[in-house]
Structure formats: structure tokens, C-alpha cells
Design a protein around this ligand. Structure first.
Ligand code: ADP
Ligand code: MG
Length: 334
């Protein structure tokens, strides 16, 4: 859906911001661009909607070289979310959200109805927040409006430049989760720029790790964490990359130990047949496919030292122990 072909950008002052970049983002895929400040992430993103023109190479959106597409028409098909949000201060939240449909010539009532729908989708109450002005919202709420506005005309492509950078860590994590839930339903093709490795790992189907103007590695987060392509990437993802992998490695059937043979043999039932109260705790359970991070958190909070892993219908499939978590992480190391 988005394709970079040997793209370079050199600014008039001689700065090479992007150097011979080639990559592709599939339709419905969320790719994060991550790297230190000044490595060329924003420049890359702005070449998609022609806020910046490449010095050489081509950028294609949906098979068309954007150099041949009218920038205004192009930008109406590409949602754009930035850290500073850029809401119009003297327009209500509802009218801010309706900006692009209005520009596209929708009737006022239709544009406002669409805006109200989008506000609801991002977790705001159109009746409460719609009539307010941006200054009357919290930072997190303003970011939600930014996302709603970018989605209002239902563009196939979404560009997000440090979209959750301006809010505190707790709100940021909530916005990230909300956006992922939203993305699961709207399935946009998304480029998301961040300097935060945790965000890149959590949000990306794949991630591009930038060095100076170049991509050092372009892979699924679990792969980047398990097998950094270069010492630079290893250093960038951090010495605790094995811990970060917990969040992106699911519990699979391979990681499980068998369930206790028969229920009669479990300590809990033994205690009951002895006439004593069933005081042995039942291990907590987690669904197959859950992140190892969630499983480990439960394990650490519980005395039993194991978890029951269930299928989607809650039927027990096996047992996960700390050794199983260790096996799972070793298994996913190339
Ligand atoms: N308009 C500009 N003119 C000159 N240099 C620029 C301009 N915009 C960005 N740069 C430079 O290009 C490099 C990449 O910048 P940028 O793409 O904003 O990086 P990032 O988003 O990764 O922080 C930096 O060295 C920056 O100073
Ligand atoms: Mg930037």
C-alpha cells in the first residue's frame, strides 16, 4: 500500500535526512518507525503526503507515485496525526473532527453525524465533549480528537507522528491500547513514528529501526528483539530486550506441561477427601495465545507456581510453569 523505492532526501542546507530508503507497508499493516531524534523518521513520513519531496527515488501509495498526485487531494486520502494535535482552538471539538468531511464537500449535517460517530469510536461522548473547545479537554482527550479527526473521512492510510508523545505514561498506554483495538476493526495502513522502543514494539505489526537516515532492521518486533540485525540495533532495543520479548511472545501449546493426570490427584481434591477444607489454591488461568508477559505477571502474583492454560472456551489444555516461560523465550530466539 505504501512503497518506498530508493528514496533519499537531502535538505537545501546539505543535511541528508534519509539515505536510499526502500521498504513496503502492506494494506492493513501497522508499521512503526523507531529511532533516536534526528534520524529521519518525520522526513520519511512527510514524503508520503508530500509535505516533503524526495531528492531521489519514488514513494508510491496504492501503486501510484505520489509525485504525480495533487498534494491537496492526496492529503485528504491520508489521515495525519501529530503530537501537537493541531486542533483549531476556536472551533468546537465536533467541528474540528468534521474538518475533512467538510472540506470534501459533505453536507453539514452528514459531516457532523460522522464526526459524532468518530468521537464515540475514540471513547469521547459527542454530547459532552463535542460542543467543547480544545482548551477545555485534557491532553489525552485532545489526542483522541486528533485520531478521530484523522479517521473522519475514512482514509485508507494513516500517518501518525509521535501521536501519544505529549501525554503522561499512564494515559499513553491507555491510548495505545485503545488505538490497537480501533485498528483491529478499521484496519488502516498505518505508519507510526516514535522514539520510544516500547511503543514501537507494542504497536507495530512490523517495525523499522532507524540508524542515521537508514533502516538498520525491518522485521516483526519479536524478531527484532530476539535477533537484532546489527550491534546498533541490539544497543538500541536495550540490554533488557529478553524482557521486552515477553510482551510480544504468545503462550503456545509447545510451552505447556500436561495437566495433573486426574482431578483426584490434585492437592486440592486430596485435601477435600481428607475432610479438610480445600485450602490449596487453584492456579490462576490464562488463555492460549496470551502474551507471556501477562502469564508471568499472574505466575509471580500466585503461590501455586503454575498457571492453567485454557482454550478459547475456557477448557484447560495444560499447565504453564516458570520453566515453561523460560522454554518459550529460548524457543523464540533464533
Ligand atoms: N526543513 C529542514 N531543513 C533542514 N534540515 C532538516 C529539516 N527538517 C529536518 N531536518 C534535519 O533532517 C534530519 C532528520 O530530521 P527528522 O526527519 O525530523 O528526524 P526525526 O523525526 O527522526 O527526529 C535532522 O538532522 C534534522 O535536523
Ligand atoms: Mg520527528
Amino acid at each position: 500500500m505504501i512503497r518506498f523505492e530508493q528514496v533519499s532526501k537531502r535538505y537545501p542546507d546539505g543535511t541528508t535526512a534519509v539515505d536510499d530508503l526502500s521498504f513496503e507497508v502492506a494494506e492493513g499493516e501497522l508499521v512503526t518507525l523507531v529511532g533516536p531524534s534526528g534520524c529521519g523518521k518525520t522526513t520519511t513520513m512527510m514524503m508520503v503526503n508530500r509535505l516533503v519531496e524526495p531528492t531521489s527515488g519514488r514513494v508510491l501509495v496504492d501503486g501510484r507515485d505520489v509525485a504525480g498526485v495533487d498534494p491537496v487531494a492526496l492529503r485528504r486520502k491520508i489521515g495525519y496525526v501529530i503530537q501537537q494535535v493541531g486542533l483549531f482552538p476556536h472551533r468546537t471539538v465536533l467541528d474540528n473532527t468534521a474538518t475533512v468531511p467538510a472540506l470534501l464537500g459533505w453536507k453539514k449535517a452528514a459531516a457532523r453525524a460522522r464526526a459524532a460517530e468518530l468521537l464515540e469510536l475514540v471513547g469521547l461522548d459527542p454530547a459532552v465533549h463535542g460542543p467543547r473547545y480544545p482548551a477545555q479537554l485534557s491532553g489525552g482527550q485532545r489526542q483522541r480528537v486528533g485520531v478521530a479527526r484523522a479517521l473522519a473521512a475514512d482514509p485508507p492510510v494513516l500517518l501518525m507522528d509521535e501521536p501519544f508523545g505529549a501525554v503522561d505514561p499512564v494515559v499513553r498506554e491507555r491510548l495505545q491500547k485503545e488505538f490497537l483495538a480501533l485498528q483491529a476493526t478499521v484496519r488502516k495502513t498505518v505508519l507510526l513514528v516514535t522514539h520510544d522502543i516500547e511503543e514501537a514494539v507494542r504497536m507495530g505489526d512490523r517495525m523499522a529501526v532507524y540508524g542515521q537516515g537508514r533502516i538498520e532492521q525491518f522485521d516483526a518486533p519479536a524478531t527484532v528483539l530476539a535477533s537484532p540485525a546489527t550491534p546498533y540495533v541490539a544497543d538500541f532495543v536495550g540490554g533488557d530486550r529478553a524482557l521486552k520479548r515477553l510482551a510480544v511472545t504468545p503462550v503456545t501449546a509447545h510451552d505447556l506441561d500436561p495437566l495433573p493426570d486426574s482431578p483426584a490427584e490434585t492437592p486440592a481434591t486430596r485435601a477435600r477427601t481428607d475432610g479438610a477444607p480445600a485450602s490449596v489454591p487453584v492456579p490462576p488461568s490464562v488463555a492460549l495465545g496470551s502474551p507471556l508477559k501477562d502469564a508471568l505477571a499472574l505466575l509471580l502474583q500466585d503461590d501455586s507456581g503454575r498457571l492453567t492454560v485454557t482454550d478459547g472456551d475456557g477448557r484447560p489444555l495444560g499447565t504453564l510453569t516458570p520453566a515453561g516461560v523460560h522454554r518459550a523465550l529460548r524457543r523464540t530466539t533464533a
